[in-house]
Design a protein around this ligand. Structure first.
Ligand code: CTP
Ligand SMILES: C[C@](O)(CO)[C@H](O)COP(=O)(O)O
Length: 238
């Protein structure tokens, strides 16, 4: 059931970011979790954290979600790279959903504000996309970044495959921003295997606004993504 659009948040309403980095990076197949692999000499997660701490974004607190057994590695990396960016580290869970929920537990008790959930392994997200997604969520309650597919798309089954109308499809990115109490309510519902992102957790409670994402905002998933990400980071346009 969809509830009516939230009333717009005031422009000084607090903003929070949950950066989920609790995964194990099986598709990357590297010796260490992909959030700690280096891009231009710095960990992927550090690039991501920096994106959310640009002053103009007014993010009050960044919560980094990591597997508990990786806290020490992250601390070592922060020491090694002299990281002074304030952030809170919270333990991850058995799935992305559980990691987001743990991030939200840290914000328990707060009743106002907007929260961005972002993959710790999307280090190239432009500040303009973060700002636009926060602003849309502050106006409408729930907003996510997405881009149109560039390739043709087919639906496959054991019977064969057929073409889909790509003009009706969008590829979903993060950040995904929500009015804090809406996201808290959505994450009190039971976990479903169909949840692949936060919009799928929220959509039965509230309509989701789509905000133009960015093709450079790739998710580091397989080894070639690292090569592309480094090339993009070197390009002056980002
Ligand atoms: N238990 C989990 C699983 C995933 N994530 C995070 O969710 C984001 C998107 O997930 P994905 O790219 O699938 O990361 P991994 O789960 O690490 O990768 P893989 O599926 O290849 O194992 C990543 O930032 C990942 O760290 C998380 O916080 N907690
Ligand atoms: C949240 C996400 O990045 C949006 O595209 C994506 O759904 C994560 O999926 P994954 O299966 O964890 O890679």
């Amino acid at each position: 059931m969809n509830s009516p659009a939230a009333s717009p948040a005031p422009s000084n309403s607090p903003r929070f970011a949950i950066l989920v980095a609790g995964g194990s990076g099986t598709r990357m197949g590297a010796g260490r979790p992909k959030q700690f692999l280096e891009l231009l000499g710095e960990p992927v997660l550090l690039h991501t954290l920096r994106r959310f701490t640009e002053a103009a974004l007014r993010v009050q607190e960044c919560i980094v979600v990591l597997p508990q057994d990786q806290f020490a590695i992250w601390q070592e990396l922060c020491d090694q790279h002299r990281v002074t960016i304030p952030h809170t580290v919270v333990a991850g869970g058995h799935s992305r959903w559980a990691s987001v929920r743990n991030g939200l537990i840290h914000l328990q008790g707060l009743t106002t504000g907007t929260v961005a959930v972002h993959d710790g392994v999307r280090p190239l997200v432009p500040a303009s996309v973060i700002e636009a997604t926060f602003a849309a969520a502050e106006e409408h309650g729930a907003a996510i970044a997405a881009v149109a597919p560039k390739d043709s798309v087919r639906s496959v089954s054991q019977q064969g495959s057929f073409a889909l109308d790509r003009s009706r499809l969008r590829l979903v990115q993060t950040p995904q921003c929500f009015e804090l109490t809406l996201l808290q309510r959505a994450y009190q519902l039971p976990e479903l295997s169909t949840f692949t992102d936060d919009a799928s957790v929220v959509e039965d409670l509230h309509p989701i606004q789509l905000v133009p994402g960015d093709y450079r905002n790739l998710k580091i998933t397989t080894p070639e993504d690292l090569v592309v990400a480094e090339a993009l980071l070197r390009s002056p346009a980002l």
